[in-house]
Design a protein around this ligand. Structure first.
Ligand code: SF4
Ligand code: SF4
Length: 119
């Protein structure tokens, strides 16, 4: 069992992708390169990532910083790389397997959040 923040993820079957709950997705069917991202409990509350987010998706939670998956576009539309991942000193912002999103979905979210059209 692996613990990410407050979520308990189980991976009892080799070759599957663990997600929250009791359902498992076959690895090859999941695009791991396009997921929203999350902050794990390794966060040291250094405050560095929050001001870097162009979507104001990062906020202080009860114990550590959190990312709102409804606002995170992985920086699509703003930067080539997720800015919070770039600045985090302890590398505690991985992809979130509980929120699988394609790049197209991230662009749609960008348009909805900003009111701008995809270039
Ligand atoms: S990847 Fe970008 S949009 Fe998502 S939380 Fe990090 S800085 Fe914000
Ligand atoms: S940069 Fe990393 S360690 Fe610092 S507050 Fe953000 S997630 Fe936590």
């Amino acid at each position: 069992m692996r613990v990410f923040g407050h979520a308990y993820l189980c991976d009892p079957y080799p070759g599957t992708v663990p997600i929250v709950g009791h359902h498992f997705l076959d690895g090859p069917k999941v695009d791991r390169s396009a997921m929203a991202i999350m902050i794990t409990d390794e966060c040291i509350n250094c405050d560095v990532c929050e001001p870097e987010c162009p979507n104001e998706a990062i906020s202080q939670g009860a114990e550590i910083y959190e990312i709102d998956p409804n606002k995170c576009t992985e920086c699509v539309g703003h930067y080539d790389e997720p800015q919070c991942v770039q600045v985090c000193p302890v590398d505690c912002i991985p992809k979130d397997p509980a929120h699988v999103e394609s790049e197209e979905m991230l662009w749609v979210k960008y348009e909805k959040l900003t009111g701008n059209k995809r270039p």
